[in-house]
Ligand binder design. Structure first.
Ligand code: PSU
Ligand code: MN
Length: 302
């Protein structure tokens, strides 16, 4: 499928035509979540990991008014460049960006919608957006949550950051009828940490069963499914370091009066600079593991 507003990379197009497994990847985590240089390295490793696990990667972004699933190497470099100037596009931004010829990196919400448009049912990322602390006052609830309740895609992530209101995030997912599956765990993970201290409603221990849940949920009239895969044990961040960075980050947000879509990028940057790179290693380890798991599930889906 290639239209004036949507381009599939040749490898993705061939895989979809043949019914081979494809895994979508988002671009916001590259352009807004990782520093230039490191982001391109991670982007390539993500694609290699998916190929090694027997699926085809489809990194998604919007460039010059076209949605692309399966960026070319040059397009991937553009998304990761220090001077890319890319906006962060959520689903509310896709119509304007496509129609007005703009470029941007896609969030979980926007990537999920574009993946579904392309016929891709599995998507790997690092962290999902969620309910921000203080949301009862600010109404800052990521569109990622609402989109999962409407779009038939499996999102594999490592939970949400502890900067968010995690119980409220799980409540909103329940309201949206999104099954939350813990992958080989009964705890909902908190990105850098394997456990948030909150339970998941369902635990699933292998890729074939995850695929079976996704199929059954769709048969029953549901849409998105969240698979929460904790960061590999060896890469988990030290708890005390994590708590210190989080407190500092929250203080920084207050000081600089940062709000809305800028909150996550600002916090990530604080973690990366103040941890001397430890958070980058953790971030890379978890997203690569999610890519591998997503490919394994994609292979099990009809
Ligand atoms: N959480 C992370 N890293 C990220 C994001 C979230 O740990 O890079 C990005 C994802 O693209 C996610 C988006 O979809 O932030 C959510 O942003 P908002 O809360 O503004 O909806
Ligand atoms: Mn928001």
């Amino acid at each position: 499928m290639t239209t004036s507003q949507f381009t599939l990379g040749p490898e993705v197009s061939a895989a979809l035509d043949d019914g081979r497994p494809v895994v979508a990847l988002e671009s916001t985590l590259l352009s807004h979540g990782l520093p230039p240089g490191r982001n391109l390295d991670v982007a390539r490793r993500l694609e290699d990991t998916i190929r090694a696990a027997g699926a085809v990667p489809a990194t998604i972004a919007v460039l010059d008014g076209r949605a692309i699933a399966g960026l070319s190497p040059a397009e991937l470099e553009r998304v990761c460049a220090a001077d890319s100037g890319l906006d962060k596009l959520s689903l509310r931004d896709l119509g304007p960006a496509l129609a007005l010829g703009r470029s941007g990196a896609t969030t979980v919400a926007a990537t999920s919608a574009l993946a579904a448009w392309a016929g891709i049912g599995v998507f790997a990322t690092g962290g999902l957006g969620g309910v921000h602390l203080g949301a009862s006052r600010t109404w800052d609830v990521s569109a990622d949550l609402g989109v999962l309740s409407r779009v038939p895609v499996l999102v594999v992530c490592s939970g949400v950051k502890s900067v968010l209101d995690i119980p409220a995030t799980l409540e909103v997912l329940e309201t949206g009828s999104v099954p939350v599956l813990g992958y080989r765990t009964g705890d909902f993970p908190a990105f850098y940490l394997r456990s948030s201290g909150h339970e998941v409603p369902w635990r699933v221990d292998d890729a074939a069963r995850v695929a079976a849940v996704v199929s059954a949920h769709r048969s029953a009239g549901g849409a998105g499914v969240l698979l929460a895969n904790p960061i590999p044990e060896a890469s988990e961040m030290d708890g005390a370091l994590h708590d210190r960075l989080l407190q500092e980050g929250l203080e920084l947000l207050r000081e600089k009066e940062i709000s809305g879509a800028d909150v996550t990028p600002a916090l990530l940057e604080h973690f990366h600079t103040a941890s001397g790179g430890a958070s980058l290693d953790a971030n890379e380890a978890l997203v690569l593991d999610n890519a591998r798991v997503a490919a394994e599930v994609a292979r099990e889906l009809p």
